[in-house]
Ligand binder design. Structure first.
Ligand SMILES: [Zn+2]
Length: 248
């Protein structure tokens, strides 16, 4: 059977997944049979979870459209700033994204929780467990594992381009438009439980004596009992995140 080919062009940060020879330009891509556009996108190294819009010969396409040869395929990453209007989304949109993080992202999980974002994490979950949680609870699976993002069962996934946890936090806030939804110290960094006000009496024995003398405002996790004090924790968090351009 003769090989067919089409022309691909990837945009924005999707180029990071491509071999360097194919970045930021159109290239010819050969294939056998009539594969789905999703199959061919992933064969170029780009996980389907990172793609928000596909144009085939200028028309919006679904993932399962079959390629026959001769098409021009343009592939775009997630947009925050562009209104796609009537174009049907490739996956159901998430209005208030919640997250599940892979086992390597403990520091990012702490930051997300400290800013109030619901983030499931523990350091001993298998890939199958992560996929199951993402599917059952409609959570975005955050990872740097491309193979995990290419699993067909996964609907909502997010690749982290950065390796530093604070830069990863900024990446997540940008991609999902969360900057205005930051609610610091409303969720427990240790267990993801919700935290609420606590009296100094409740905090006694759970925080150092000096802190108890100097601080008046305490919070406590409803689930695990961890005590937080606004002065110290919030000031340190603000200072650390301001260094990477996250202000709140
Ligand atoms: Zn807790």
């Amino acid at each position: 059977m003769d090989r067919a080919s089409c022309e691909f062009r990837f945009y924005g940060e999707l180029n990071d997944f491509l071999d360097s020879a194919y970045r930021k330009r159109s290239f010819v891509h050969a294939f056998d049979g009539s594969p789905s556009v999703k199959d061919r996108i992933e064969s170029c190294g780009v996980p389907h979870t990172e793609v928000d819009l596909i144009l085939v010969d200028g028309e919006p396409s679904t993932f399962d459209r079959r390629l026959r040869g001769g098409e021009r395929v343009a592939v775009y990453p997630a947009f925050q700033s562009i209104d796609l209007g009537d174009i049907p989304p490739l996956r159901p949109p998430l209005r208030n994204p919640r997250f599940v993080l892979d086992v390597h992202l403990g520091r990012l999980a702490r930051y997300l929780r400290l800013l109030g974002f619901d983030s499931v994490y523990s350091d001993d979950r298998t890939d199958d467990e992560l996929l199951a949680i993402s599917g059952a609870e409609n959570r975005v699976l955050l990872t740097r594992d491309i193979g995990l993002l290419e699993r067909a069962a996964l609907v909502h996934g997010g690749f982290l381009h950065e390796t530093d946890s604070r830069l990863q936090l900024r990446e997540v806030l940008d991609r999902y438009g969360l900057q205005d939804r930051i609610a610091p110290l409303t969720r427990c960094a240790r267990c993801n439980g919700l935290i609420g006000p606590a009296t100094p009496a409740l905090a006694r024995g759970r925080v150092p004596a000096g802190v108890l003398r100097e601080q008046r405002r305490f919070s406590r996790c409803h689930d695990c009992g961890q005590v937080y004090w606004l002065g110290g924790h919030l000031a340190r968090l603000r200072a650390r995140l301001a260094e990477v351009g996250v202000w709140f």
